[in-house]
Design a protein around this ligand. Structure first.
Ligand SMILES: Nc1ncnc2c1ncn2[C@@H]1O[C@H](COP(=O)(O)OP(=O)(O)O)[C@@H](O)[C@H]1O
Ligand SMILES: [Mg+2]
Length: 340
């Protein structure tokens, strides 16, 4: 089998919080992006650890980050094992770039748009100003903006234009993989659709691989080949977009879909019951069990492993255990491996 473009295994990122508490923001997350041109969505409620996952991949961590663990293989190279200096020189922005949550509001107000886009190239010292300007103009065109915007300032742009500039900035070093953290959540629906179209274009040409982070599973399915569902720092389901939308295996995914407003079908959206888990005090067993309508025997005690859903999908839910019929009445799962 070909080496995947990105292979994440058991990625873990915890934060030290006051009073000796530990926030388990990312806990044992695994997924692959097989090749260029593939997009994976990471979907989940606010506070489920989506931005923390992105920051862990970019190795941009706050001071109170503890326990960054697992492996992240980019084209077969473990980039978590690199030194900070190696990572900065070889990986960040060059091979993997990111559009941060809320980044359109942090564009530099005193830099012209074009200068902002090519700033990393100039800091790098590898290109002269003229080449950098050409590069900025071609990136402006690439993200659907007139090259005349080169000389403008951020406050002169609309929200949609600003977000296009932010995307151009992420593309400047020619990365293979783009992480987009809620890139459209501050935009009107019509502008949001335009940005989604731009992302689809970039996915097709130059074949950009993407990790698209959103709380909106509808948006995710529009762009992405596969969807990972995040809950309380873990990924509870992973499958093709079609499978996750049409035949979700995990009760959390099912509730998430039922909480969406629907245009057709005549059913009212049902709000997700209960409160999101506190990541500094995660429930034992399945983290979703206190909110789960289908909670039974093993759920409060034993952490479910990933079980197969459909073809190629997986979800961490005891309901999917093929050996469920054999589950002992004391709630202990029988036969199947589980991690505690
Ligand atoms: N620097 C930090 N220190 C302590 N807790 C944090 C820090 N950053 C985020 N958190 C907590 O980690 C959890 C996950 O946050 P985040 O990754 O931002 O989730 P999401 O992007 O899905 O909303 C939340 O409970 C959040 O409060
Ligand atoms: Mg976030």
């Amino acid at each position: 089998m070909a080496t995947p473009l990105l292979s994440v295994r058991d990625l873990t990122l915890h934060y030290a919080a006051g009073g000796g508490r530990v926030v388990r923001a990312v806990d044992g997350v695994s997924f692959d992006i097989p090749e260029r041109g593939e997009a994976l969505a990471v979907v989940g409620e606010s506070g489920s650890g989506k931005s923390s996952l992105a920051n862990a991949l970019m190795r941009l961590l706050p001071k109170n980050a503890v326990a960054l663990g697992g492996s992240v293989m980019l084209d077969g190279q473990d980039i978590l094992a690199l030194s900070d200096e190696q990572y900065r020189r070889q990986v960040r922005w060059r091979r993997m770039a990111m559009v941060f949550q809320g980044s359109m509001s942090v564009l530099n107000p005193v830099l012209r748009v074009g200068e902002q886009i090519v700033e990393p190239l100039l800091l790098d010292g590898t290109v002269d100003r003229r080449t950098a300007k050409k590069r900025a103009e071609s990136l402006l065109e690439r993200v659907g903006l007139p090259t005349a915007l080169y000389d403008r300032y951020a406050h002169e742009l609309s929200g949609g234009q600003k977000q296009r500039v932010v995307i151009a900035t992420a593309l400047v070093m020619g990365p293979d993989l783009l992480i987009l953290d809620e890139p459209t959540s501050a935009l009107d629906v019509s502008v949001q659709a335009q940005i989604m179209n731009l992302l689809k274009d970039l996915k097709a040409d130059p074949g950009m691989a993407m990790i698209f982070i959103t709380h909106d599973i509808g948006l995710a399915s529009d762009l992405c080949d596969r969807i990972a569902v995040a809950y309380a720092g873990e990924h509870v389901e992973l499958g093709t977009a079609e499978q996750v939308l049409l035949a979700p295996g995990h009760p959390y995914t099912q509730r998430l879909l039922r909480s969406l407003p629907r245009l057709r079908g005549g059913t009212m959206p049902e709000p997700m019951p209960g409160e999101p888990a506190d990541l500094a005090a995660v429930p034992p067993g399945c983290r979703f069990h206190p909110r789960c309508p289908s909670c039974f025997g093993p759920c409060p005690k034993h952490h479910p492993p990933a079980f197969a859903v459909g073809t190629g999908g997986a979800a961490t839910c005891w309901l999917l255990d093929p050996a469920r019929a054999a589950i002992a009445s004391d709630g202990a799962p029988s036969g199947t491996a589980h991690h505690g």
